[in-house]
Design a protein around this ligand. Structure first.
Ligand code: 6R9
Length: 699
């Protein structure tokens, strides 16, 4: 099993090994099952695409993939400019250079530019261009409420009108090109509408996942200083009502105290969740969306921007406490998200596409809003909780809208798998054609369940590996082209050169395992961390000079398939949500009774990784159930419910080196109860601490 506990065997690359060679899969010796023939069993190493699927696929064979991949690597400028000019509208073409880059810190500042000098607009390409091409009356958005029975639709031309009204409103309150707009909305149609309206006028949206706490929201507001904050009064998630406006109110007080005051808080009245009379209100600052936006004209001129002008900021977790503002620009991101969407899901005009991710994460940016809309796709938005009112809801929705492409996270797959097949099989699901997975490695047993039970052994699974920073898919199967191995993200997308390096930064070839880096840029790459280019260089480009360092471990098997093995830094993936251990630690130590905290990730049956916190109370305070609860509450209120520790382990002291460094390696082993693998503890200042922690493990 390549997915877990693989041995690290390093082999060095010959210096002249050409990138496409490692992409050639030699699969003849493997035991295979053909898609649609029979269920994939434990013994099958690979699942081959059926002839029927391949025949209709955009990339119908490995040979075709290799041809295109080779072209993209040998001539990136030609490959990407061909796509950019034939599939998008540019007011003005880019200059002489399609791209310019420096990814090597030894040669000066890191710089990535694509299509510089090209003038375009992403909103125009999503809406106006598709409408001009005849999609005016095609459904752009289906919206399904948390409550079964409530839904809505917008065609491409209706969506454009809504976007223009909001764009005009934003202009009327002074939002100009380059201004930041913070968005704190749940999965309502108003969320993609807001993103597109910002893009239309050149404003930079920063969507904050509406599960973040007021403090996290305030931190982001203080960092990017928005002209306007857009939210709604409340939302239903499963049986619960979440009062989002209250959270925004608290965040705006908090940020005002830190010197950043926001003049306008545009609030959508989400009537299914809460009536406006019951919403707390600050006159002068707060404005009901429904009172103003519909009064504005339904057309709005596009603000033409440079390909390298910013499109959005999205904050993500790193290995230190302060979230990083990942900045994506216009042209490269547009070309890259659209192209990856099209190929990785084998997109057809007749598809109905559903991605369960929230627009508050990168997946929702690239593969709910931009990638699909640029392709003129019909996108389903689901407001609610996936298992509400019961674990069959997803398949109910699939049947109701005849969803053909279903893209989700392994954590949801595992939790639905636990609930049992009967919730799946009572629905037809025959519309499904392609499945997708993202957010963390998908374990082979969950892969097989997703493939066999959900997809009826008919649908290829695109296990897409990528990151907030990469903008779009980096390593992913192309359905129809690739024989699949359950649990492997397979091969690089066009134009992407993944390399696996050892701890010294030496590139490895053949069967190997190490740190995943990327050589050369791709159009969707992030360009900087907002306001902190130095941190951008230090975090991503200094660890292995000459490469972009992903923070992930990866192995490559003898057939050239890639197996992602999880983060190698202090970032954990909880239910596919990315969170830094340092962020959770700083929330814990802000508790007046917490002296010290160390947080590690631990394997979790459903969430992939769970959050495991070692906590030392301050002198004189003894650990209690009450303290445990209040520590968890502190994390929930400071970061958000998704970051709440699954386990608090009382630690009278933490294992530290003589220089005072916490030895997380030991804490990870204790958390995983791998007590015979603690390794050398002799360098600890006080080795007795370890025994003490083990004794307290199950209290
Ligand atoms: C898109 C997204 C990025 C981290 C990444 C990796 C993990 C994402 C994965 C995967 C294995 C996959 N990750 N997709 N690991 N297989 N298909 O999730 O972005 O929130 O920035 O997280 O997620 O560890 O480094 P983001």
């Amino acid at each position: 099993n390549h997915n877990h506990n693989h041995n690290h065997h390093f082999r060095h690359a010959d210096s002249n090994a050409s990138p496409p060679s490692s992409a050639v899969a030699k699969i003849s010796h493997l035991k295979a099952v053909v898609l649609g023939d029979a269920p994939a069993s434990e013994e099958d190493d690979v699942v081959l695409p059926s002839h029927d699927f391949s025949r209709q696929a955009l990339v119908p064979s490995q040979q075709k993939y290799l041809e295109m991949y080779k072209a993209s690597i040998e001539n990136p400028a030609g490959f990407w400019s061909g796509i950019a000019s034939s599939e998008f509208y540019w007011k003005q073409r880019w200059g002489d250079q399609v791209y310019s880059e420096n990814l090597d810190v030894r040669r000066g500042n890191i710089k990535i530019e694509w299509f510089k000098g090209g003038i375009t607009n992403v909103c125009h390409n999503c809406l106006d261009r598709n409408i001009d091409a005849g999609l005016a009356d095609k459904i752009a958005l289906y919206w399904e409420s948390n409550e079964p029975g409530f839904d809505a639709t917008l065609t491409y031309s209706q969506l454009l009108q809504r976007v223009c009204q909001l764009a005009n409103y934003l202009k009327s309150v002074g939002v100009r090109k380059g201004d930041a707009v913070v968005v704190y909305l749940p999965m309502l149609m108003e969320l993609p509408i807001t993103m597109l309206a910002c893009a239309r006028i050149g404003a930079v949206h920063s969507v904050v996942f509406a599960g973040f706490s007021s403090e996290s929201l305030a931190q982001r507001i203080v960092d990017c200083k928005p002209k306007v904050v857009i939210t709604c009064n409340a939302v239903k998630r499963g049986p619960k009502t979440v009062f989002l406006k209250d959270i925004v109110d608290a965040a705006l007080i908090d940020s005002a105290n830190k010197g950043i005051s926001v003049d306008v808080c545009l609030t959508y009245e989400n009537q299914l969740a809460l009536k406006r009379e019951k919403t707390k209100w600050k006159e002068g600052r707060d404005i009901w969306w429904e009172d103003v936006v519909p009064k504005y004209p339904t057309s709005c001129d596009v603000e033409w921007v440079d390909a390298e002008d910013p499109l959005f900021l999205l904050y993500t977790s790193g290995s230190t406490g302060k979230p990083k503002g990942v900045l994506h620009t216009t042209g490269g991101y547009m070309v890259y998200t659209a192209t990856t969407f099209k190929y990785a899901f084998d997109y057809k005009d007749s598809d109905v596409y559903w991605c369960t991710a929230d627009c508050g994460w990168i997946t929702g940016h690239s593969y709910v809003t931009y990638g699909p809309m640029l392709n003129g796709a019909t996108v389903l938005l689901y407001e609610g909780a996936p298992s509400y009112p019961d674990p069959g809801r997803c398949w109910d929705i699939v049947d109701k809208y005849k969803v053909t492409i279903f893209y989700t996270a392994p954590t949801l797959v595992r939790s639905l798998m636990r609930d049992g097949d009967k919730y799946v099989t009572r629905y037809s699901r025959k519309s499904l054609r392609v499945l997708g997975s993202v957010g963390e490695p998908i374990n082979p047993s969950a892969w097989r369940w997703f493939f066999n039970v959900v997809g009826g052994s008919r649908c290829p699974i695109s296990d897409t590996w990528w990151q907030t920073e990469t903008g779009g898919f980096m390593i992913t199967p192309l359905p129809g082209a690739w024989p699949q191995k359950p649990g492997s993200a397979t091969f690089p997308f066009f134009g992407v050169q993944p390399v696996i390096v050892d701890e010294k930064g030496v590139e490895l070839d053949g069967e190997c395992s190490g740190y995943l880096c990327v050589k050369s840029s791709w159009p969707g790459a992030f360009r900087t961390l907002y306001g902190d280019h130095e941190r951008y260089e230090t975090t991503y480009f200094k660890p292995f000079p000459g490469y972009y360092f992903t923070g992930d471990g990866c192995s490559r098997d003898k057939d050239g398939y890639h197996w992602l093995t999880g983060r190698v830094d202090d970032v954990i993936n909880v239910s596919g949500h990315r969170i830094g251990t340092a962020e959770v630690e700083s929330a814990l130590v802000s508790h007046p009774q917490c002296a010290e905290a160390a947080v590690v990730g631990v394997e979790h049956q459903v969430k992939g990784q769970g959050i495991y916190a070692f906590v030392t109370p301050v002198e004189g305070i003894s650990y209690s159930e009450e303290l445990r609860k209040s520590l968890i509450l502190t994390v929930r209120t400071q970061i958000g419910a998704f970051a709440a520790p699954d386990k608090i382990h009382w630690a009278p002291a933490l294992p530290k080196t003589r220089s005072g460094k916490i030895m997380r390696r030991i804490l990870r082993k204790i958390a995983a109860r791998q007590l015979d693998e603690l390794g050398d503890t002799s360098t600890l200042a006080d080795p007795g601490v370890v025994d003490q922690l083990i004794k307290l493990a199950d209290t």
